[in-house]
Design a protein around this ligand. Structure first.
Ligand code: ADP
Length: 321
């Protein structure tokens, strides 16, 4: 392949810029031309496609967000949308595309592949909820952002002898809650993948208070319910501690990517280019047990589901006694 393109799509994640940089620099190193597509699939269909050179990705590695912008574009779920996108790519002489995004963006890449246009997916989402990889770009940064907030909330919780319900992102996957919860020494972690017993949580809060514990931190994944709803349930169950809710929200999506996310993004970006250079499309890149992997994107999306590491749930239960 001589000319490829790269886009970012769906929810943004810190480290996407580092991945675009890697795609551009590796492609140029390999003697290929590389084009950027603004606003994900919306820009593909609109023809918002332009050449990228070495300098265009200078000073981007440390920046959060995505300088190629992102957009939701439901029209790409239709055959007409997909074929219109492929027409635009062909008009620009592009032979393969790197799609950096989450589950929805991967579906777009899958459709391009089904229509015979080589696409390689790079997992970029803070939620870590993509099958075919242990980690996604942005997850480590989001966990560290949530952890920083939990550490701060613990300070003020202790001063005022309060309970804090900290709502973190994660609609279908509890990964952020699990990692930030274990790292932050949470009393309880509430995730979509595991039931919870509000009475049991109450008993543990009360036991802690009796032992002289001054703070309680409950980390709640947004997919279970809202933070206030959970605090209300605690109250109904008899919680009489001074309870506050902190919803971390979109702060988890921004900020400078951690070293781990930048390295991961650099590896993924360079690997995706190697695959396209060999003419291999229809793949999703990932990392498993620290090894780069490339899997069939259709099989990955159709037959596999992300699984959160539930050993962390048990670990936290064992440690937060
Ligand atoms: P994410 O990639 O973060 O999961 P979305 O679910 O919003 O985010 O998906 C991003 C974009 O991918 C959508 O706006 C749409 O353009 C495209 N997309 C999503 N689902 C499909 C699908 N089933 N088929 C084709 N394209 C899709």
């Amino acid at each position: 392949m001589k000319r490829i393109a790269v886009l970012t799509s769906g929810g943004d994640a810190p480290g996407m810029n580092a991945a675009v940089r890697a795609v551009v620099r590796k492609a140029i190193t390999e003697g290929m031309e590389v084009f950027g597509i603004n606003y994900g699939y919306a820009g593909m269909v609109a023809g918002d496609i332009f050449p990228l050179d070495i300098a265009s990705v200078g000073d981007k590695i440390a920046r959060g967000g995505t300088f190629l912008y992102s957009a939701r574009y439901p029209e790409f779920a239709t055959r007409e949308g997909q074929l219109a996108g492929i027409d635009q790519l062909k008009k620009h002489g592009i032979e393969g595309v790197v799609v950096i995004g989450g589950d929805g963006s991967y579906h777009g890449a899958m459709r391009l592949t089904e229509h015979g246009f080589p696409a390689v997916g790079i997992p970029g989402t803070i939620d870590n909820d993509i099958p075919g990889t242990d980690y996604t770009i942005g997850f480590d940064t989001a966990v560290n952002t949530a952890l920083d907030a939990i550490d701060r909330l613990r300070d003020t919780a202790t001063s005022h002898v309060r309970t804090f319900v900290v709502e973190v992102m994660g609609r279908g996957a509890g990964d952020i809650a699990l990692w930030a919860g274990v790292a932050g020494g949470a009393d309880d972690i509430i995730i979509p993948e595991h039931d919870f017993d509000i009475k049991e949580i109450m008993t543990r809060i009360e036991a802690g208070r009796k032992r002289g514990k001054k703070h309680t931190i409950i980390v709640l994944a947004e997919g279970v319910m809202g933070g206030q709803e959970f605090a209300d349930k605690l109250k109904e169950a008899g919680n009489d501690t001074d309870t506050r809710v902190s919803i971390l929200g979109h702060v988890q999506r921004g900020g400078m990517p951690t070293a781990r996310d930048r390295v991961l993004a650099s590896k993924f970006g360079a690997y995706a280019v190697e695959l396209l250079k060999e003419g291999r499309g229809g793949l999703a890149v990932g990392i498993e047990k620290e090894e780069l992997v490339a899997k069939d994107i259709i099989d990955t999306l159709t037959n596999h589901k992300h699984k959160a590491d539930l050993s962390l749930y048990q670990l936290n239960a064992d440690l937060s006694i």
